[in-house]
Design a protein around this ligand. Structure first.
Ligand SMILES: C[S@@+](CC[C@H](N)C(=O)[O-])C[C@H]1O[C@@H](n2cnc3c(N)ncnc32)[C@H](O)[C@@H]1O
Length: 162
C-alpha cells in the first residue's frame, strides 16, 4: 500500500498513527536519511509506538507527537512533508476542513497525501464528501487506489494559496 509513494530519504507524516501499524513500515522504507513524524491524540498510543520503535531499532527515524483533537501541532514543519498518510482517522476528526488545511500547509509542493477510510464505517457518500473537502483545501485527486475493505484516495498538493 505504501511502497509506490514512499522512497528512501523522504520526510513523512503518519496522522492518527496509534501504535504504529503503518509508522514502522514507513520508517523502514524512508531509512536513516528519512523521518516519519507520527501524531495522535492518544498519549497512551504514542507511548506504545515509542516502545515498539525502540524495539525495532527505528527510534532515530520515528518522531512522535501528541496532538489535540483540533490541531495537529505541525507548525514547525510547514512545506517540508513529502508524503502523508491518514489511515482510518479522517472520519474521527471534528472538522475535516481544518484537518486538510493543516496537512496541506505541512506539505511540499506536489507532496502526496494518501487517505484511507474503513469501508464498513464510512459510506461512499461520506467518503466523496471527504474528497470534496480535501479538494476545497487545495488538493487534487491523483487516483483512487484499491485498498482491501477500505475507501482510498491519493491526493496531491496542487494549488498554492497565499
Ligand atoms: C482507527 S485508529 C487508526 C490507526 C492507524 N492509522 C491504523 O490505520 O492502523 C484512529 C487513530 O486516530 C487517532 N485520532 C482520532 N482523532 C484524531 C485527531 N483529531 N487528530 C489526530 N489523531 C486522531 C485516534 O487516537 C486513533 O489512534
Amino acid at each position: 500500500m505504501l511502497n509506490p509513494y514512499v522512497k528512501a530519504g523522504m520526510k513523512v507524516l503518519d496522522i492518527g498513527c496509534a501504535m504504529g501499524f503503518f509508522s514502522l513500515p514507513l520508517a523502514e522504507i524512508v531509512g536513516a536519511k528519512g523521518k516519519v513524524i507520527c501524531v495522535d491524540v492518544q498519549e497512551k498510543m504514542i507511548h506504545s509506538l515509542e516502545k515498539r520503535a525502540k524495539k525495532a531499532g527505528l527510534s532515530n527515524i520515528i518522531e512522535t507527537r501528541v496532538c489535540t483533537h483540533n490541531s495537529l501541532g505541525l507548525e514547525d514543519v510547514i512545506g517540508e512533508i513529502d508524503f502523508a498518510l491518514a489511515a482510518a482517522v479522517v472520519h474521527e476528526v471534528p472538522d475535516a476542513s481544518t484537518f486538510f488545511s493543516e496537512v496541506y500547509k505541512t506539505m511540499r509542493k506536489h507532496g502526496r497525501l494518501l487517505v484511507v477510510e474503513p469501508g464498513g464505517h464510512v459510506t461512499e457518500t461520506d467518503f466523496e464528501e471527504t474528497v470534496s473537502i480535501a479538494r476545497k483545501n487545495g488538493f487534487r485527486v491523483i487516483n483512487k487506489p484499491e485498498v482491501k475493505r477500505s475507501r482510498a484516495v491519493l491526493l496531491e498538493k496542487y494549488l498554492v494559496h497565499s
